[in-house]
Design a protein around this ligand. Sequence first.
Ligand SMILES: [Zn+2]
Length: 385
Amino acid sequence: MVINTKLRPPCFEQNAYPVTKTEENKVFSQENEQPRLDDRFLRYQMQSAAKYLLPRNRVGICLRHQIEQYGNVDLYKHRETQKAFYGGLMVCGSVWVCPVCASKISERRRQELKTAFKAHLDTGGYCTMVTLTFSHSARDKLDELLLALGKAMQIFSRGKRHDNFRKEIGLIGKIRAFEITYGENGWHPHIHLLLMHDTEIEPWDWSSMEDRLYDMWSGACAKSGLGTSREHGLKMHDAAEASTYIGKWGDLMDKRWGTDSEMTKANIKKGRSGSMTPFDFLRVIVEDGDLEYEGKYQEYAKATKGKQQLVWSPGLKDRYLIEDKTDEEVATEKVESADLLGILTWQDWKYILQNNLRYTLLREIEVNGYESALINIGIQKKPTE
Ligand SMILES: [Zn+2]
């Protein structure tokens, strides 16, 4: 039976600039001359799709509601990047469901990871990454998997064998990164552990250590009602692989899509090759008007609510002089080096929201300047000749 899920959702965000033509945005990839949407436009669109799918979620207020009721909305221009952005608006701070906040938060987290990683290696330390996963099927419910995974992680990280492992490698601290993808076999939650340690794992010890860790992990999985296999359950990665992982951390736009061919895209959509991230669910809606993953996105939003994506062991941030800021704090942080261009009244803002012009206004300002932008989007009248 073929289920037709192709429904065109309402227009989310207008775009007077459907294709960016600047080199920096790599609009035309070298291999195939496929035009590509501006990343920020895509993030705004995806955020609107998230709002559409999650009517009672805070993502619906993000960059829409003013901080003060009937308050003004400020327009700024970043001095370095020359990008226009809004002030005076609420943000949701959700790294899980909001592509706009996730992008900002992930960028910061990536810098923090890089800083710690570099500082640790520079002082003669070692870094090893361990990826932990388990067997799952398309019938599994995400919230149940996450519950079991949490339990397995707890069992894995305590007990005599784990203590011995810790002593053996001289573990200083660890960072736990939590990821969820979706593919042919349903939800695929997995964990990357970045271990900062001061004793080198000798190359000849590598595979026996991996075996021992796998034993601990499969035992923890069994006690939590999860199955696992030696082939996929646990993998150790060296510092170089860890570095590559950190370098790509949270980059929403560094995806297989956009530059890849339609063929690959179709395969990803069907979950055949590799996997999708939950933000890819939104991308499918934005790019194809396809609501196939509506239920999956809702299930994901519910299951991840209140969960932390990245957890540093106690004292580790202090050690590398990294300021401890919550996702919400990072998302609401002010850009210091920016110029105020102008102030919009709440009526102007209402007009912008009603006409889905949040993105267009920023782009207009960057291309044509503030005054012309207001005229072009219809907030100000053209001066009479
Ligand atoms: Zn947000």
